[in-house]
Structures are given as structure tokens and as C-alpha cells.
Design a protein around this ligand. Structure first.
Ligand code: 3HC
Ligand code: NAI
Length: 703
């Protein structure tokens, strides 16, 4: 039939099998293969048709690589119409994940069966899209409007059992042999004379929808959508499912799907989908690099980070030994872990029993002897190079050969830490983000001598604990924190130039950042940056630099923890409020420093804060600190809450145009000085050549 889809008659059942690795996505060849299969089955002796897949999963969706390219026949709705109009019952047999267009194929079938481990879902919203092949019309007809809205705007897959409760799956097939189970289910349906159940024939009872339901949904979704339009369009489609006949509803869905495919938000989110997967690949590592077995882990230091990291491993069933300086520190660390888990239990996201099981996997210790046999050690003690070197020398003495020794340092030199051991090939940085059990990013920091299998193992273990990994070479602050310097600096400089803290933060929040940089400073504690700056000798001698942050700390305004910082905080709600005292102080300081205050546009606020990120990103690429521009985007989206709908700083720069970014940086250099605004040579080169970072990367090849 075709290379990726086959059709075979098994007695009275025609079986269409899709085999298009890795995830059986609905490429043109798969669409055509299924259509041909359905047509063939109409003409032979089959009495029912099963659609199933080989490999690890049922169809995981449309082929995302085809979006934005000229459409190729047959288009998916045509295939689904053929399935739905089949004269013989069509049964989807689901294993793995039936997602997006894949689940829509299943919904066009007359019956759906699945193994118990299967998941189904419509994750299109995560790509800035909506289900474009009937998902928004069929799910509300089966599962109800409210459940459909939650499922499609949330985008999270649901387990087979729940899907069955919702009516989305008809039969759970026991055992592992779905191919045989589905054929047997099909025969039972034929034998019982089961009707051709078409979801399109179900009509939704309008009177069951509360007045104002859709308006309320729109309002609530707008709050969490942050500059994304897909949620709003999904509501419109479900509204159409209620108010319009099926074909008109499908036409409306199609129209809005096309709008979203062309939207910049979806382009950015698709970029991040592939960037995330690309980032896990290390360019110069052979594919067959062996992986070390990680069966047990030790964490040195059970503070803010150590506790969260321990939870990451316990959550996936890996036993952890948490090592602290003394019993008191150990009890404090274990107490925080218990408190964090309890919050999850209170929210109903975990049972007491699960909590105890996970805590049971974390064993406390104050004795290095107890970690002699672990496979991986992650050090998370105070940010002090001498202390870290001391600890690594000790680990070298006690840990078994072949153990991976990692540091969670934010800024220290991983090579200097590795040199404190006699086995630098086993040492690397594993840089988690706070809170470590929540934040998705893991920067894997490759030292000068880190062995290939240590890197490959780290990428694999990162994936296992649910992190998005990105590789960085060693430099001050690695990719993420190094780039952040200019962002925080300019946020404060803008105050002296005439902005209020609220103006700076709200402009960046409107852009899509979860929290503006000044509010973020207040949350993290202004004293943290203050202390870090005092230890630095490389900062320009400029009284304007971090002036406001420094003054506030010296006034005892350390941020949320002291009730005030750039803002004052309501003690009850912790809501930020503008503080006239701070506004007056800024004016006073600007006058003292001879800075003439002026009205500053939102465009300038965005450029002043984001262009330093982009410029530093360009330097990081030139120096080979990051492998690719898209890796930097991954770091910012998953580690710093840069809006996914903007695709990360480097993708954003490509959309703005590198020439525009470069020209603006030159303008700022002339106005504010080359100490802060020296354009990166790579940015200058690409701006002059009229190229993007993505083109530059493609031309280099991804070897
Ligand atoms: N199209 C094209 N390629 C896809 C793809 C898709 N829908 N889904 C996955 N891939 C590719 C990945 O890019 C990756 O390629 P690589 O090996 O070259 O890096 C490979 O398949 C394996 O993917 P993962 O590494 O993600 O494998 P996992 O086993 O970890 O996860 C998965 C499998 C859960 C299916 C996950 O890949 C996934 O969530 N895929 C996307 C699902 C999705 O969003 N579907 C909806 C698409 S939009 C749509 O269907 C529109 C419709 O309504 C018309
Ligand atoms: P923390 O101060 O909360 O915890 C450090 C812990 O280490 C303390 O509990 C202390 O008792 C323990 N400790 C000190 N010396 C020890 C020793 N010799 N043996 C065993 N335990 C010892 O610090 P935090 O915030 O957890 O930071 C730890 C590391 O993680 C630092 O290197 C930091 O730069 C890095 N980091 C911190 C992030 C954050 O947001 N807090 C984010 C990413 C990395």
C-alpha cells in the first residue's frame, strides 16, 4: 500500500497498520496510506476495519514539520470524512499516546479501544494551535462542553481509564496484545450488530449551558494565556459546536486553525518544541556513547537547592542520600522537603501514601562513608569556590570509581572544582533552577575534561527526572545567568532615566514575562545581588550602576522578606504596591547624579532590557559556550520564564531583525557608553549580511 501504512485482511477484519517512526505523525504519506486503506476495505470482504500503529505509539499528531509549508493532498479532514462515512465500522486501537490529529483520527472512528497504559489528548494549545480536524466539535459532543473546554485549553493528555469514564474511549483491552485484542473487539461488534456510531450525529443540548459560560471562560483564560490567542479561539470553536450544525462547526474550526497556524505565537511555540528536543543532543557526541547506570544519588547540602534536587530523584523512584554538616541542618533540610510534599498533598495532587513513599527514598546522613557507593553525587553547598574544592577532594577520596561528581554551582569555575579531584573526567556542572523540584531547566555544564559518557548519562538522567536539558561550556554564570546581567542592570538604569518600577515591570509583563525584573529582585531578595556585587572586581566604576538596588538594601528594604524593596508589600496578600517614597527617592538620586529624567516609551524599555540579553547571547555563541541559538532560547523559556509565545530571546531577535537590534545597540552605545553597549561581533556581522541567528546556525550545520 505504502511504505508507512499497510492494509491486511485478517478473516473478516481489515487491519490498517501505520508504521512511521518515531511517533507515527500524520505526514502526507501516512494520511494517504490511511485513506487508501479505508477505500480498499470498502471493496473487500471485511466486515469491520481496525486502525492501529506499530512502534511505540498510536499517531501522536499532525506532522508539525509540515506546518507553514504548502498543503499536500489528501488533507486530514478528507481522511476523517472517509473514515466516518465508511459503510463498515472503523475501530481505533490505541497504545502509547493518541495526540492531536492522532486522537482526532480516533474520534472520527466509530469505536475506540485502548490498552490501559494509553493516553489520549489534544495538546495543540501548547503549540499555539487548536485541534484542526474536528477535535473541538467531537469532544464536546461526547464528553460535554465543560470537560471539552478544560481538556482542549489545558492540552494535557488523560489516561485511558479516565477517557473511558468521559466516553472518549469505548473499551479497555486487557493485556499487552492490542493488535489481537482490537481484532477480537471488532469481531464482537460485528457479531452483535453494533451500529455505526458517528459522533457527528450527537447534538449538544444548548439549554444545559449556563448563560455567560463562554464569556466567563474567555475572561478566565485571558488571565493565564499571556499574549496567546489560541485559548480564545478554542472557546469560539466550542461555542460553534454548541450553536452550529457539525459541518458549519468544522468549517469554523478550520478557519480559526488556519489563522493560528499563521500566527507568530504558534511559530514561536513550534520553534520551542523542536528546540527543546534539539537541545538534548550534544553535537560532537557519537550516538552510541555508552550510558552509566544511575541507581542511587547523593546530594551534598540540604538547603534551598539540595532539598529540591533530592525531591526530583525521589519522584522517579531513585534513592537519595542527603548529606549535611550536622544533625540540626539535616533535620531542617528534611523538614523543608516534608513541608513541600505536604503542600502537594493538600492540593490533592499526591496521596499521603505516595508522599511517605517518596520521603522514604530520601535518607539523611552526616557521614561521607555512607555515600561511598552511590552512582551520582550532586553538590549544592554554599556558593564558595574554596568550600566546593574541599568537598570535591573529599568526594574523590571516598566515592567509588566511575561515580559522576556534579556541582550545582551558579557561577564558580567547574574546571577548578574538577581539578580538586584526581578524576576530572567524571566531574561536570548540573545547574538546577529554583525551586529545583519545579523548574524545568537543567543546564548541563561541560568541563574541559568531562568525559563523553558522563555527558550522555547526565542528559539521560535529566530527561528521566523530567527536566529540559541544555548544554553549556564553562564561563561565569554559564548561559543563563551570564546573559541576565545586562537585563537587571538596565531595569535599574531605566529608573534613574525616568521610569517608575511599575512602568518597567508592567511593560515586561505585558510582553509575557511572568514577573518583571524589579519585582523578581524583591522576591529573590535585593541583598542577594548586593552581596554578589560586593564580591566582584570586574564591574565598571559608575555611581549609576545598580544605584537604586544598593540604596534600598542599605535602607533595610531587602524585598518581600522585609515587606519592602522596589515596592511595598501588603503583609496579608503579599501584593505589590507602588511606593511614593521609592518614586521620590529615584527622582532625588537622578538629580544628584545629574541624570535628566524623561518620558520613556515601552519600546525603549523592551529594547533596553532585552537587547543586552541578545547581545550577550551572540557572544556566547561565538565563544562556543552554547551549542546553538535555539539552546539559548530553551534556557530562557524553561529557566527564566521568557514567554514561550515569543520563542526565546534569540528567536525574538530574529523576528525583530538583527539589523534593527544592532542599530539600536549602537544608538545606546553612543548614548550610554561602550562599557555596557558594545555590540557583539557576531551580531554586527549578521546584521550587515542581513541574516538571522537561525540561518547562521543552519549554515554551520548541526554535525
Ligand atoms: N510531528 C513531527 N515530529 C514529531 C511530532 C509531530 N507531531 N511529535 C514528535 N516528533 C518528533 C520529535 O521532534 C522527535 O524528533 P527527533 O528524534 O528528531 O528529535 C521525535 O519525534 C521523538 O519525539 P520525543 O523526543 O518528544 O519523544 P517522546 O517519546 O519523549 O514523546 C510524544 C513522544 C509524547 C508523542 C511527544 O513527541 C509529543 O508530545 N509530540 C507532539 C504531540 C503533539 O503536539 N501533537 C499535536 C500536533 S498538532 C496537530 O495534531 C494538529 C491537528 O489538530 C490538525
Ligand atoms: P543554601 O544556603 O540554602 O544551602 C546550602 C546548604 O549547604 C546548607 O544547608 C548548609 O548547611 C549546607 N552545607 C554547607 N557546607 C556543607 C558541607 N561541607 N557539607 C554538607 N553540607 C554543607 O544554598 P542554596 O541556595 O541551596 O545554594 C546551594 C548551591 O546552589 C550554591 O552553589 C548556589 O549558587 C547554587 N544555586 C542556587 C540557586 C538558588 O536560587 N538558591 C539556583 C541555582 C543554583
Amino acid at each position: 500500500m505504502s511504505e508507512v501504512v499497510s492494509y491486511q485482511l485478517q478473516g473478516n477484519v481489515g487491519v490498517i497498520t501505520v508504521n512511521s517512526p518515531p511517533v507515527n505523525a500524520l505526514s502526507q504519506a501516512v494520511r494517504k496510506g490511511i485513506l487508501d486503506g479505508v477505500k480498499a476495505a470498502q471493496a473487500d470482504d471485511s466486515e469491520a476495519i481496525v486502525i492501529r500503529c506499530d512502534g511505540r505509539t498510536f499517531i501522536a499528531g499532525a506532522d508539525i514539520t509540515e506546518f507553514g509549508k504548502p498543503p499536500l493532498d489528501p488533507w486530514l479532514p478528507e481522511v476523517l470524512t472517509a473514515i466516518e462515512n465508511s459503510r463498515k465500522p472503523v475501530i481505533a486501537a490505541i497504545h502509547g499516546t493518541a495526540l492531536g490529529g492522532g486522537f482526532e483520527v480516533a474520534l472520527a472512528c466509530h469505536y475506540r479501544c485502548a490498552v490501559a497504559s494509553a493516553m489520549v489528548g489534544l495538546p495543540e494549545v501548547k503549540l499555539g494551535l487548536l485541534p484542526g480536524a474536528g477535535g473541538t466539535q467531537r469532544v464536546p459532543r461526547v464528553a460535554g462542553v465543560k470537560a471539552a473546554l478544560d481538556m482542549i485549553t489545558g492540552g494535557n493528555p488523560i489516561a485511558a481509564a479516565k477517557a473511558k469514564d468521559m466516553g472518549l474511549i469505548d473499551e479497555i483491552v486487557e493485556g499487552d496484545d492490542l493488535a489481537a485484542g482490537a481484532v477480537s473487539y471488532a469481531r464482537d461488534l460485528v457479531a452483535s450488530g453494533a451500529p455505526l456510531k458517528r459522533i457527528r450525529d450527537i447534538s449538544i443540548k444548548k439549554e444545559t449551558i449556563e448563560p455567560g459560560f463562554f464569556d466567563n471562560a474567555r475572561k478566565q483564560l485571558a488571565k493565564r494565556a499571556r499574549g496567546q490567542i489560541a485559548q480564545d479561539r478554542i472557546v469560539s470553536c466550542i461555542e460553534a459546536a454548541v450553536n452550529l450544525p457539525m459541518d458549519q462547526g468544522l468549517a469554523r474550526e478550520r478557519e480559526l486553525f488556519q489563522e493560528l497556524v499563521k500566527s507568530p505565537e504558534s511559530a514561536a511555540m513550534r520553534h520551542i518544541f523542536f528546540a527543546e528536543r534539539q537541545a538534548a543532543k550534544i553535537k560532537d557526541l557519537p550516538k552510541d556513547t555508552p550510558i552509566r547506570d544511575i541507581k542511587s544519588v547523593a546530594i551534598i547540602g540540604g538547603g534551598t537547592m539540595g532539598g529540591g534536587i533530592a525531591m526530583c530523584f525521589a519522584n522517579v523512584g531513585v534513592p537519595v542520600t542527603l548529606l549535611e554538616v550536622n544533625d540540626e541542618a539535616l533535620q531542617r533540610g528534611m523538614g523543608i522537603i516534608r513541608k513541600n510534599y505536604s503542600i502537594t498533598v493538600q492540593k490533592g495532587k499526591m496521596s499521603e501514601e505516595q508522599m511517605e513513599k517518596r520521603i522514604g527514598l530520601i535518607q539523611g546522613s552526616t557521614d561521607y562513608v555512607e555515600i561511598a557507593d552511590v552512582d551520582l553525587v550532586i553538590e549544592a553547598v554554599f556558593e564558595n569556590l574554596e568550600l566546593k574544592k574541599e568537598i570535591f577532594a573529599r568526594l574523590d577520596g571516598v566515592c567509588k570509581q566511575g561515580a559522576i561528581l556534579a556541582t550545582n554551582t551558579s557561577y564558580q569555575d567547574v574546571d577548578a572544582i574538577a581539578a580538586a579531584t584526581g578524576r576530572p573526567q567524571d566531574v561536570l556542572g548540573l545547574h538546577f533552577f529554583s525551586p529545583a523540584n519545579v523548574m524545568k531547566l537543567l543546564e548541563v555544564v561541560r568541563g574541559e575534561k568531562t568525559a563523553d559518557d558522563v555527558l550522555a548519562t547526565s542528559m539521560a538522567i535529566g530527561k528521566k527526572i523530567g527536566k529540559v536539558c541544555a548544554l553549556s561550556r564553562v564561563c561565569y554564570g554559564f548561559i543563563g545567568n551570564r546573559m541576565l546581567g545586562g537585563y537587571g542592570r538596565e531595569a535599574q538604569m531605566l529608573l534613574l532615566d525616568g521610569c517608575t518600577p511599575e512602568q518597567v515591570d508592567s511593560t515586561l509583563e505585558e510582553f509575557g514575562m511572568a514577573m518583571g525584573p524589579l519585582a523578581m529582585g524583591d522576591l529573590a531578595g535585593l541583598d542577594v545581588g548586593y552581596k554578589a556585587r560586593q564580591a566582584r572586581t570586574d564591574l565598571p566604576d559608575d555611581p549609576k550602576l545598580y544605584r537604586m538596588g544598593t540604596l534600598l538594601v542599605e535602607m533595610g528594604r531587602h524585598g518581600q522578606k522585609t515587606g519592602s524593596g522596589f515596592y511595598k508589600y501588603d503583609p496579608e496578600t503579599r501584593q505589590r504596591q507602588s511606593d511614593p517614597e521609592v518614586d521620590a527617592l529615584i527622582k532625588e538620586e537622578a538629580a544628584k547624579l545629574g541624570v535628566e529624567q524623561r518620558d520613556i516609551s515601552k519600546e525603549e524599555i523592551l529594547a533596553r532590557c532585552f537587547y543586552p540579553l541578545i547581545n550577550e547571547g551572540a557572544k556566547i555563541l561565538e565563544e562556543g559556550i552554547a551549542q546553538r541559538p535555539s539552546d539559548i532560547d530553551v534556557v530562557y523559556v524553561f529557566g527564566y520564564a521568557f514567554p514561550v509565545a515569543k520563542g526565546g530571546p534569540m528567536f525574538y531577535a530574529d523576528q525583530v531583525g538583527l539589523k534593527n537590534v544592532y542599530d539600536k545597540i549602537c544608538e545606546f552605545r553612543d548614548r550610554y557608553g561602550a562599557d555596557y553597549w558594545q555590540p557583539a561581533p557576531l551580531l554586527e556581522k549578521l546584521a550587515n549580511e542581513g541574516k538571522t541567528f537561525a540561518q547562521w546556525d543552519q549554515e554551520r550545520g548541526d554535525g
